[in-house]
Every structure is written in C-alpha cells, then in structure tokens.
Design a protein around this ligand. Structure first.
Ligand SMILES: Nc1nc2c(ncn2[C@@H]2O[C@H](COP(=O)(O)OP(=O)(O)O)[C@@H](O)[C@H]2O)c(=O)[nH]1
Ligand SMILES: [Mg+2]
Length: 319
C-alpha cells in the first residue's frame, strides 16, 4: 500500500481533517514515514499553546476538557484534544465513556480529538503524545489540550511537557493528600477542585491552599485553586482566565521560552538515546552478552568486568 507523502502533506497543509488523522496514525504507529513527516511539519510548529489536564481517574477530567473546549470555541480558537486513556486490563481498549464524550466535542468544527491508548507498556508514550501535539500544532491549532491520568511517571512527563498543567482533584476525603503523594502537586500550575457541588468542597479548597502556601511560590508563580462543577459547566470561564493569566506570566518572565528549550532538549536526548539503544543491542552484541553472562554465572568474572569488556568491544566496533 503505497502512500503519496507529498500529496498527503499538501492536503494536511490545506487543513484537510482526514489528512490530519492519517498523519497522526502514521506517526503513532511508528511508520517508516514518521521521521520524514515529523521533520517536514516541524517548521510549522511553535504556535499552539499546550495545556495538560491531569488527575485521578473519575475526577471529571474529560468533562472538564469538553467544557474548556467549549469556552475556547466561543472565543473562536482552534483546538486539538489528546486523550491519553488508561488501558482497561480486561478489554485492553480505551474507556468507552471517554470515547463517546470525546467524540461529542469532536463533532464541533474547529476541534480535533484523538485518543491514544497506553497499551500497558509505557515506553515511548510521552514521545508519541508530544509528536501528536506537534502535529496538531502544525495543523494550525491555537490550543492543544492533553488529558492524562495522574498515575505513573510517564503520565506526569506528558503533563509536564505542556506549558500550563492543570491538576484536577475532587472533594473526596484524602484526595489532595493522594495527589500530593503522587507528585501531582509538584507539577501543578493550577489546581481545580472539581465536583464542587459535593460536600466538603470548600474544606478541601482551603486545605489545598494552605498546603500550597506552606510550600510557597514555584518559579515566581503561586498555583491558584479553582472550584469547578464541570458537569454543569460552572467555573470553566474562571479556569480559562487563570490559564491565560499563567500564560501571560510565562511569556513575560521568559519562562515559556525556557520551558520550550527544556522540551526540545529532552526530545533530542530521547531521540539520541533510543537510536543508541537500537544500535548497541544488535544481534552481535546480544550474542556477546550471552557469553559474558555465562562467564559471570561460572564465577569467572564480575558483572562490572563483563560490562567493561562489552563496552571495549563496542568502542572497537565504532572505530
Ligand atoms: N457531581 C459531579 N459529577 C461530575 C462533575 N464533573 C464530572 N462529573 C461526573 O464524574 C464522572 C467521571 O467524569 P470523567 O470526566 O469521565 O472523569 P475522568 O476519568 O477524570 O475523565 C462522570 O460521571 C461525570 O459526569 C461535577 O462537577 N460534579
Ligand atoms: Mg477521562
């Protein structure tokens, strides 16, 4: 099945949604065309503002994203949404509820929604999510909103690659403590207390503010705590205003440029490292490794000495 890449990229450039969808699929599946596509599109990136929405499952993140998208659409902004879904251990698929809700907002012109399954293995997800965000950016989106479940390092990485990270918690007992433990508070630029129609919302907002004040400002920014009722579209304008305020803060302080630099550096490093891994662990080194393991098992050399031998061999190969 041949792909006319030139034609595909032309359609992409004209704003053809099916071309966007196709490009994302090719990149997500790590097609052999992916590097060429990403290189071709990269010069068009850098415009979209990237928002990460994270928090425990069921906190109302998807509902909140739908509402936020509506606020953005009312301001005529073009929006891309990436939902990094938790994989159900039973079906292996993305949660159905998410799909349906996300499709609803996807029907709105000017909004493009893409779900990405974590597929159990976390390897490469952060890179893949960043690639998809880059593609949406190159397509001309003003905002790219990424929803991730705030569990696991990889999801934190995805959220942190965004310029403004919104952590969503709910008034359930201990939720803010849990979030704190999971390292969520560390990456939060804005904290949303969703389901503020529930009892205890004021209390948790107060507790969270106290907790944040104890910690103090982070790079000159004090994360605000915003109550929302996403299911009733309440508090979403406040949330947008705060995101915009944070954006202005990042721009004025030069932190946005710094953030982008860090992301670019991280991307280059990751690409170099994966290429090195790929070249190092080829058939011949694997074979040599097995032999060294035998030597260690037989008590003739230490693992450290084995590693040195392997490194020397690689160096010789490289010369
Ligand atoms: N009571 C209440 N329920 C909400 C609110 N926001 C979302 N929900 C409900 O919480 C459930 C989980 O929402 P969802 O957006 O899928 O959560 P996610 O797993 O964080 O993406 C759904 O049944 C929503 O209707 C809210 O503000 N108040
Ligand atoms: Mg969700």
């Amino acid at each position: 099945m041949g792909i006319d890449l030139k034609e595909l990229l032309e359609r992409f450039g004209r704003g053809d949604r099916s071309a966007l969808s196709r490009v994302i699929t090719l990149v997500e599946n790590r097609s052999s065309l992916a590097p060429e596509i990403l290189d071709a599109l990269y010069t068009k990136t850098g415009r979209a503002y990237r928002i990460g929405i994270t928090g425990p499952p069921g906190a109302g993140k998807s509902t909140l994203v739908s509402g936020l998208v509506q606020v953005l659409r009312s301001k005529n902004k073009l929006v891309g949404v990436i939902a990094v879904d938790p994989t159900s251990p039973f079906t292996g698929g993305a949660l159905l509820g998410d799909r349906i809700r996300m499709q609803e907002i996807g029907l709105n012109e000017g909004v493009f929604v893409r779900s990405m399954a974590t597929r159990g293995s976390l390897g490469g997800l952060a890179e893949a999510a960043t690639d998809v965000a880059d593609i949406m950016d190159a397509f001309g989106k003003d905002f790219v909103v990424t929803e991730t479940v705030g569990v696991g390092q990889c999801e934190l990485d995805v959220a942190e690659a965004c310029y403004t990270t919104v952590v969503v918690i709910v008034p359930e007992s201990g939720d803010s403590i849990q979030a704190m433990k999971a390292g969520l508070m560390e990456i939060a630029d804005i904290i949303v207390i969703n389901k503020s129609d529930r009892e205890g919302a004021d209390n948790i907002a107060r507790q969270t503010r106290a907790m944040l004040e104890l910690r103090g400002e982070r790079n000159g920014w004090m994360p605000p705590v915003i109550p929302t009722i996403a299911s009733q579209s309440k508090g979403l304008d406040d949330l947008y205003e705060m995101i915009d305020k944070h954006r202005q803060f990042l721009e004025a302080s030069g932190l946005l440029a710094k953030h982008r630099r860090t992301n670019i550096e991280r991307t280059i490093r990751a690409l170099v490292e994966s290429e090195i891994y790929r070249t190092i662990w080829n058939e011949s080194t694997m074979h040599h490794l097995e032999k060294l393991v035998d030597e260690v098992m037989a008590g003739r050399i230490s693992p450290r000495r084995a590693s040195r031998q392997l490194l020397e061999r690689l160096q010789e190969d490289g010369e």
